[in-house]
Write a protein that binds this ligand. Sequence first.
Ligand code: MRU
Length: 348
Amino acid sequence: MTNVSPIEWKGDHLLLLDQRQLPHTEVFIKQAAIEDVWNSIAALAVRGAPAIGIAAAYGLVLWSQQFQSESPSTFKTELTKQRNYLASARPTAVNLFWAIDRVLRAGLTETSVVKMKEAIRNEAVTIHREDELICQRIGEHGLKLLKDGDTILTHCNAGGIATTKYGTALAPLHLAKEKGLSISAIATETRPVLQGARLTAWELERAGIDVTLITDSMAAHVLKTRKIAAVIVGADRIVENGDTANKIGTLGLAHLAKAYNVPFFIAAPLSTIDYSIASGEDIPIEERSSEEITHWQGERVAASNINVFNPAFDVTPNELIEGIITEHGIIRSPYKENLEHLTYQPNY
Ligand code: MRU
């Protein structure tokens, strides 16, 4: 395993592994206030859909611990405002909204401020604890698709540091390692923020899993010329019909996988499914700063006076997805029918 806990709750503050500093330095940043958490999410210090949700849940705990008044109605009004504040940190990963709404509901059902604070803390800790088991189950289901010696191709980082442990797309690899099997990965570097080069390659190497780094533009050549058992990626939001938003570049990989007859899988917990949206066209896609593309380590590398378009995610249509690996097993088409009966089970 990665043997890094990317998120640690310390009772009165939160420690987050600063993913911006990887792979060079393993630094934990102290989060003492809700604003710290908002900034860490927006700046990608913590990133990856499940990790964003867990961090945000603790953000509400930090706020509640500093709340002074004993008025339940003021607490409830402010709690809702703070929920909305955290919701504004990033728009695409639905796990953010799922986690803070779960914490909000837990708080709102109580009547005294003391009880509300306790319920909020307990819910955040529960969300955090459940994530490890959920990812382990995703890994077990994903591993059924693979055999010893296989190689998968993955994009971005859907690994242990994007969750609590194991990850989603990388969970089968971490579990395979624990079971003494050898499954290798090809990791795309993932422009523009390089989650593949900085995070996935670091995480897998650190776990003793064979990993080969390629640039995003090499994917077609690799899928055509190498024996790749599957493409497995994570997800930021899966909607009712199975359309899936994930890191920019995923859509291209899904088309390539189809062209070269390589099965394309999404691995994600049920908390990533947004049943309120019917099709992928309605998923909000985050656009990030142009400097992620025009600059490299603070220095401009692109020509000046140009237009830049920097969507952080794209949407893969359900027909390109061979299956969605969840904690409840592998869900296949027709997605609308097969996803609608699945509900997240609290207290895994
Ligand atoms: O912008 P990021 O780094 O937060 O994007 C992350 C991804 O797209 C991941 O693939 C996704 O969140 C799944 S993480 C288990």
